[in-house]
Ligand binder design. Sequence first.
Ligand code: SOE
Length: 376
Amino acid sequence: MKKLNIGMIGYGFMGKAHTNGYSQAPHFFPCEVKPVLKAVCARNAEKAQAFADTWGYESIETDWRELLKRDDIDAVDICVPNNLHKEISIAAAEAGKMILCEKPLAMNQAEGEEMCAAVEKAGVKNMVWYNYRRVPAVTLAKQLIDEGRLGQIFHYRANFLQDWTINADVPQGGAATWRLDAEAAGSGVTGDLLAHCIDTALWLNGGIKDVSAVTETFVKERTHAETGQKMPVKIDDACAFHCHFDNGSLGLFESTRYARGHKALYTLEINGEHASIRWDLHDCHRLEYFDHADDSIVRGWRSIHVSDGDQPYMGNWWVPGLQIGYEHSFIHQVADFLKSVETGEDMHPNFRDALETQKVCDAVLDSADQRCWKDV
Ligand code: SOE
């Protein structure tokens, strides 16, 4: 059994989701490589220690540079705001560490390119946490498409809708609300939410050629959580774009944090020549499937309850009929990463894959800004 010592940088919502993945994966997905929760790193020592105690890390650091100097750390997990991804990733690559980076890869394409160059030069294993690929129903969609069951694809549609920033009193900046601060996040819903939709789309339906987008910022000024100052809001609160895929299909994407009533409604639908599929994060274990080849008297949308041992990842879980949820997408990503360390095979999405998503995000924001179509 080979140990893989993890150094976690950051301990927010994603720090928990990833740590849960490291803890659970070995129970359900046996592998010769076993993660060890070696250290968690955060500026505040007291909070870092509390996190270490709760989640089982052996030690703490308060400076990520010190973490990177440690010989007993094999892989670093970057769970801090987007504006720190580049610096930490490049330093980690130079220190010879494997890197598991939170999405989006970077603040923009230029940063992403530097990051790719650094990990490729150092030859370190790398991946980005686009976790929705590993929801079993979404992985099953990939399998059905790759088997050719949908035939030629005509349409790809995706939404990611939330409502948590409607209130103008929500601050920007700070530990909890950095996603609203352009300095820390780079963009708003485009990098935070549409990036997920784009990653899944590129994986399921191939490359995007060009885009035409609109964005809106509904609340123009917010108080900064740390300074208490009113500041202009520079992120996109909502974004919609349409696009052409390389395979000739049309794409339609929408994301907002102003869809009252929707908390995290990620939906996608793909319409092909022979069949269509539909998926909804709020019912994440189900894949809706319509097959035109079905006998006409029973033809219709079927709802596949993805819980059978023959379906992706499910052979390692309970018995057929008993479903799993959101956190399992992270467990699966850890399990696949550990397997790729064991076998030496490539892990996806890696930095290079995530750079493709970053390019689409940049083209979307440029298109909205310049009010014109943009090539990716
Ligand atoms: C934002 O609210 C957020 O937590 C994103 O940052 C995650 O990536 C997404 O999966 C859920 O929503």
